[in-house]
Design a protein around this ligand. Structure first.
Ligand code: FCB
Length: 467
């Protein structure tokens, strides 16, 4: 058979773009994913220690016990960040290092670590962007109900103040929570993340208590003098598979409600949307929402963090079982990825990021945005010459930066971009199998090697744009 040769149609070469002056260039990590030293200096157990030890929960039984050993190698890691020219570094504080039991006595040695890290960053001219909760809940709090109970939100506000008292004089931005969607729906909905509960009503209670935790902590931080207060969400652009089909449009409204507006609206407008409350009232009696809670959640935000990886397409389908991470989604089908995907099997669609940012800008005017995570898993490891040729990661980040630039051109107030992740790390239920780093980590030797994407990103930062 002869193949028909068609001329490779002349795609216009992408043109160079420049980002606004002062645009923040960073990279992100999270405590349990990189620190290791799981039992050192008084750290208590977290739900991820428990979960990763539960057979069958994490790929090949991997745990964060050692991870990237960042706890001991932080100074070298910060030197590497400086070499890349990062203007900011987003890391998270492990609550069980600070309060091993979640409440009560403070473990000073835990605070000491973040103090050293903060000073090391500042010495290299890198702004510390702190996330107070990136999923490592102290196990003791989970034993008392975790995010399904109000006390956890109250404990979080106390913990936030403890960290602020120690680092408040030096930290650039305070992010309360990372992706409460994941904490609630993966943790208590479909159970693929710690603590591994599968209960839609519990997941919805967790949503509310996470929102409340943010509000209580943000208010306490503000009173204590914190200037730049934020939360990071992972909103998803949810589109109807067939925009001309009203049933698909309705399915998209439902999923957008439980996935996105259940966070956006109380945080940014002080009200849960009526249609979302009506939808979830089929699953829970909502008794966990007390009078005045929405006002507590609605605190002024200096910047809203957005983590973006992939879009979502849904359709109405009688008999579809729905998905545990979207309570009440029975009768709705989620389209499997189409076209190019990353190693996570996540569809690559940069234009979806532009549409998402533009939508937030339109629906919640006046909100300053920051991409606090974006990146891709690909398996490349050092080749014979020691180089890591991760061209697909470069293409992914390049395309998403262009999407950010398009959003800026549409008037979106986008302040910066953090690549996920600075280095390969413990990718939750996927263990060390999935590599998101722009820096390769050899988990046997702990050697770090800049991938081609890291060298490329260094140039992007230097140029404040793309060629
Ligand atoms: C996000 C998490 C981050 C990382 C990336 C791939 O949901 O915030 O820790 O696992 O996904």
């Amino acid at each position: 058979m002869t193949a028909t040769v068609t001329s490779t149609s002349a795609q216009p070469a992408p043109t160079g773009i420049t980002f606004p002056e002062g645009f923040v260039w960073g990279a992100a990590t999270a405590s349990y994913q990189i620190e290791g030293a799981a039992r050192e200096d008084g750290r208590g157990p977290s739900i991820w220690d428990t979960f990763s030890r539960t057979p069958g929960k994490v790929y090949a039984g991997h745990t964060g016990d050692v991870a990237c050993d960042h706890y001991h190698r932080y100074a070298d890691d910060v030197a590497m960040m400086a070499d890349l020219g990062l203007g900011a570094y987003r890391f998270s504080v492990a609550w069980p290092r600070i309060q091993p039991d979640g409440t009560g006595p403070v473990n000073v040695r835990g605070l000491d670590f973040y103090d050293r890290l903060t000073d090391e960053l500042l010495a290299k001219g890198i702004d510390p962007v702190v996330t107070l909760y990136h999923w490592d809940l102290p196990q003791t709090l989970e034993d008392r109900g975790g995010w399904t109970v109000r006390e956890t939100a109250e404990a979080f506000a106390e913990y936030a103040q403890i960290v602020h008292r120690r680092l408040g004089d030096r930290v650039a931005t305070w992010t309360t929570l990372n992706e409460p969607w994941c904490s609630a729906y993966l943790g208590y909905g479909n159970g693929i993340h710690a603590p591994g509960v599968q209960n839609p009503a519990a997941a919805l209670a967790a949503v509310h208590h996470l929102n409340l935790a943010h509000g209580l902590a943000a208010s306490a931080l503000r009173s204590a003098g914190a200037r730049n207060i934020s939360i990071t969400l992972n909103p998803c652009e949810v589109s109807p598979l067939d925009p001309a089909n009203p049933a698909d449009v309705e399915a998209a409204r439902v999923i957008d409600g439980v996935a996105n507006r259940i966070f956006f609206d109380p945080l940014l407008t002080g009200r849960y949307p009526a249609d979302v409350l009506e939808h979830i009232a089929r699953i829970t009696d909502l008794s966990f929402i007390r009078d005045g809670d929405e006002a507590l959640i609605h605190q002024p935000l200096d910047v809203l963090g957005i983590n973006f990886y992939t879009p979502s397409y849904v359709s109405a389908k009688a008999g579809a079982p729905g998905a545990g991470d979207y309570p009440g989604s029975q009768g709705i089908a989620f389209r499997p990825p189409v076209g190019p995907v990353t190693d996570m099997n996540w569809q690559i669609e940069p234009a979806s990021l532009t549409r998402l940012l533009t939508r937030i800008h339109r629906d919640y005017p006046g909100t300053a945005l920051m991409i606090t995570e974006n990146g891709a898993a690909y398996p490349e490891v050092p080749a014979g010459n020691g180089e890591v040729q991760d061209l697909r990661r470069i293409e992914y980040i390049d395309a998403h930066l262009r999407a950010c630039h398009d959003a800026l051109a549409d008037g979106v107030d986008l302040r910066g971009y953090f690549a996920w992740s600075l280095m390969d790390n413990f990718e939750w239920a996927e263990g060390y199998k999935k590599r998101f780093g722009i820096v390769h980590v050899d988990y046997t030797t702990q050697e770090r090697v800049l991938k081609d994407s890291a060298k490329w990103y260094r140039e992007v930062i230097r140029r404040n744009g793309l060629e």
